[in-house]
Structures are given as C-alpha cells and as structure tokens.
Design a protein around this ligand. Structure first.
Ligand code: NAD
Length: 493
C-alpha cells in the first residue's frame, strides 16, 4: 500500500535512476542500487544506481576526455545552455518542488522557493559566462608587457548535501559550466532524485556528453577517494558538514587540489534593544525555521538584549506555536519532518543536554506524531552562555535564547565559535550595524533580514565554515585559474 498519489508516482517514474556517464544513463557496474525514502512516511520512493570506484573512474575518464574541447566552446554557447536550463527548470518548477518535498521533506512552498533560488544560479551564471575579463598592461618599469588570462581549472568533483537538493547542485554546476569545466557530480545519498532530474534537464538544454557526469552512491568515500587521488582531477567543490570537509581537504592535499568548501555554521541572531521587535520576530522565524532549521545559515543562537528579551521571547514563542507540522505536501503544513531518525535523535539529544545545562523548554522539545521524523518547533529560554547547545550546529527546529547586556558582550558571544558562516543583526542604528559587522567574524551578515541568500551575492564562510564563495562575481572565479604571460619589450624585438 502506497501513500503516493498518482501524480507523485508518475513524477518519480520520470526521474532517471541510473548513473550519467559520458552522456548515457546506465546501471552501476556492480548492478547495485540503493533506496531513497520519504522522511515524512518512511516509504521507499525509488531505487537509484549505486556507484562504486569503477563507475567514479569511468565518470572522470568521460569528464577528462571532453575537457579540452569544452574549454574551447565559445562562452556564448555555454551561456545559452545555462539559460535554456534555467528556462526548463522554471517551466518544470512544480515537478522539482514536488520531488524535493518527497525526498527531503520540506513544505511545498519552501520547495518552490528553492526552485526559484536554485534556477537563479543558472540564469546568473549564464550572464556571467560571457564576462570573462583578462588584462594587458605595461610593467611599472615601462618596458615589458603583462598579459593575464583566465582559464577553466579543469575537471571538477562536486559533492552536494541533502538539505537543498537543487540549489546546492546549480550553485556548483552553473559556474563550472560558465567557466568551461567538466564535472563529476556526487549528490547526497538521501536526496539524489532532484540532482538526477536536474542532470536530465542539463542534457535537454544541450550540454554535450561527458561535460556533466552524475555518480549517485551510498558509499561516498568509495567514489570520492579514488578521484581525489587521480591527477586528472583539478578541483573539488564540497558543501556539507565541517568534519567531512576537513577529511576531504586532507585527501585533496595530496594533489594540491583547488578546493572550495561550504561547511557548517553556528549563526548568531542578535537582537539589540533598539530593534523593531515585530520585524525581528518575523526574521527570526524565517532564519530559524526555513527548511525545518536544516540549513547552514539557520539561526543557531538567539542573542537578545536583556531589556527586550521578555517581549521578544513571548512574541517569537507565539509565532513558533502557530506553525503546523505535517508532510510537506499537506496544505497548510509549515514544518516538515527532519531528514532521518538519526537527525531527529541528535536534535533531541541537544535539547536534553541544554536542559541539563540549565535551559528551560518554553515550547516543544518532543517528537511529532506519525511515522515520519517530525520534531516540534522548540524554544529554549535562559540558556547559559556555556551550554553545549550554543557550541554546536543544531540542524533542527530548536531556538535557544540567551541574553547580553552590552554591544561588546554581543560581539564577544557571537564570535565565540569556530564557525563563521551566517549572522543576523537587528537594530535601527546603521552606525551600530557597521560597527558590529566590522567586528564579527562571519562571511554573511543579515541586517534586519532573516533570509539573505541570493545568486548575485558571494555566499561563503570564514574560520571552519569554509573556503571560497559561491554566487556573485566571485562564484565563477572558483572555477578558473589565472595564467600570466610575460611579454618582452615590443620596441626591443
Ligand atoms: P555531510 O557532510 O554528511 O554530507 C555532504 C555530502 O558529502 C554528501 O553528498 C555525502 O554523501 C558526502 N560525504 C559524506 N561523507 C563523505 C566522505 N567520507 N567522503 C566523501 N563524501 C562524503 O553533510 P550533510 O549532512 O549532507 O549536510 C549538512 C551539512 O552541510 C551541515 O553541516 C550544513 O551546515 C552543511 N551545509 C553547508 C552549506 C554552505 O553553503 N556552507 C550549505 C548547505 C549545507
């Protein structure tokens, strides 16, 4: 007996389940597959080919073989492929949204918002592809010439997480295509279906065979390890947790690989005493609850000035209470399930640990009902500054609130983490914003805004949140390398 509607079954049937190697969807060489399940019900949605070492190597062979031709393809042509892919993803927005809701659990509205965000990387990098500037200048001595050109870095390994199945793929594939790189994409094993469908769209948009290869796998290390050691691979771009990122960086060091790392976060959400509290509550809800809190940018620590903490907490708790748990396809559902049982157990353990450390549960703190991995929106108050929950990425719908009494203390608390991805500041004072932004060590700052991700902006972290930037003018530079040609004095030749 299935929980799936006819429309859902038809959509799932239309998704390619094989590996994409050299333009062909094919079975894994071992013949193995792995199941993909709906976290709202536990029902298996599909079985996907399970790549191993030989498949990964075949994918890199394919990418390497076409790299030189692809690099010479006119940038206008690469741009138009991306533009067509943007249009197809946008036309098929309902399919992509439903597929993400099915395999990842987020409410349909949020999945639709991800389609818009994810597609935007294709449009943005279609526009960036043709803006490839070099320079030609005379040396300061006034004799020789300096010629600087950008070249594609070469075949890339792209590894993506499960929390934003479409956007994390387009954020890498978009700039790689724009720059003229070939790719091996390994999506997360929990949510490969969206990436599989997206790869099919790239083929439909005209991407030549071998430029994008997809090796979904339940054994990530077996796929990535041999590729990272292969001298033909020139870059790894990874989005995921900090521990896995560190391990990949260690492996990548053997071949001194270009590495982009989008890792974990521990975002402070700072509410100053002069903030517009209604706006702060609205922003807090978005920054905490988008994706059920399963976002690297999720507000992880609410630092609220002691003069306004009571008012903020009351309004925020009411707003959290009004959210509705449910399968993402259910009308009115605003909070879907967590990705799996382990994720839910980890979140619950953090909540119990916070209580041991002195926090009070003002709301939630319990599993939701039903077969899925639901966890109730949770608010923790009176959280001591040294509570363990403030030192870890929660990745769930839990909001710990703590207080500060001065701007200097807020800054010190915000920086008291090894992470440095997103941060949020609520104040009406623009000078304070600039003063605080100067002093906090985060790659992204939301000013009176709870959601700031945008394809046109450079996204990325400092400290252990990673290396490199995705999106913006910076995004394409991650996929190019600089060549300098020194030209002797043309008057002396
Ligand atoms: P994860 O690190 O477990 O997995 C990410 C990807 O790496 C998956 O494709 C996985 O299969 C693969 N992987 C896991 N172990 C591997 C290994 N040993 N070798 C090679 N590949 C391996 O992370 P996740 O649970 O999928 O995603 C959640 C994490 O991602 C959070 O920490 C979150 O903050 C982070 N994230 C960061 C950003 C960002 O832009 N900074 C964006 C989204 C998510």
């Amino acid at each position: 007996m299935t929980n799936l509607t006819e429309r859902e079954q038809e959509l799932l049937a239309s998704v390619p389940k094989g590996l994409l190697i050299a333009g062909q969807w094919q079975e894994a060489s071992s013949g193995k597959t792995f199941p993909v399940a709906d976290p709202a019900t536990g029902e298996v949605l599909a079985h996907v080919a399970d790549a191993g070492r030989a498949d990964a190597e075949a994918a890199l062979d394919a990418a390497d073989k076409v790299q030189a031709d692809w690099a010479r393809t006119p940038s206008r042509q690469r741009s138009e492929i991306l533009r067509r892919a943007y249009e197809i993803v946008t036309e098929r927005a309902d399919d992509f949204a439903l597929l993400m809701t099915l395999e990842m659990g987020k409410p349909l509205d949020q999945a639709r918002a991800e389609v818009v965000y994810g597609a935007e990387f294709l449009r943005w990098f279609a526009e960036e592809a043709v803006r490839d500037y070099g320079r030609y200048v005379t040396t300061p001595e006034g004799n020789n010439k300096i010629l600087v050109q950008q070249k594609p870095v070469g075949p890339c390994l792209l590894i993506t997480p499960w929390n934003f199945p479409l956007a994390m793929a387009t954020r890498k594939v978009g700039p790689a295509v724009a720059a003229g790189c070939t790719m091996v994409l390994k999506p997360a094993k929990l949510t490969p279906l969206t990436a599989q469908l997206f790869a099919d769209v790239m083929i439909e948009a005209g991407l030549p065979s071998g430029v994008l290869n997809v090796v979904s796998s339940s054994r990530a290390g077996e796929v990535s390890g041999p590729l990272l050691r292969d001298p033909r691979l020139r870059k790894v771009s990874f989005t995921g947790s900090t521990p896995v990122g560190k391990q990949l960086m260690a492996e990548a060091s053997e071949n001194v690989l270009r590495s982009s790392m989008e890792l974990g976060g521990n975002a402070p959400f700072i509410v100053f005493e002069d903030a517009d509290l209604a706006k702060a509550v609205e922003g807090a809800l978005a920054a905490k609850m988008r994706n059920m809190g399963e976002a690297c940018t999720a507000a992880n620590r609410f630092l609220v000035h002691e003069d306004v903490v009571e008012e903020f907490t009351a309004a925020f708790t009411t707003a959290m209470q009004e959210l509705k748990l449910g399968r993402g396809t259910e009308p009115g559902s605003t909070v879907g399930p967590l990705i799996d049982g382990r994720a839910r157990d980890d979140v619950h353990a953090l909540v119990l640990g916070a209580v041991e450390d002195g926090a009070t549960i003002a709301l939630g703190g319990r599993f939701g009902e039903g077969a899925g991995y639901f966890y109730e929106p949770t608010v923790l108050t009176g959280v001591p500054h040294d509570a363990r929950i403030l030192g870890q990425e929660i990745f769930g719908p839990v909001a710990p609130i703590t207080t500060f009494s001065s701007e200097a203390e807020a800054i010190a608390l915000a920086n008291a983490t090894e992470y440095g991805l997103a941060s949020y500041i609520y104040t009406r004072d623009h000078s304070r914003l600039l003063r605080v932004a100067e002093q906090i060590e985060f790659g992204l700052v939301g000013f009176n805004a709870g959601v700031i991700s945008n394809a046109a902006a450079p996204f990325g972290g400092v400290k252990q949140s990673g290396l490199g930037r995705e999106g913006g003018a910076e995004g394409i530079a991650e996929y190019t390398t600089v060549q300098y040609i020194g030209i002797s004095d043309p008057y002396k030749n």
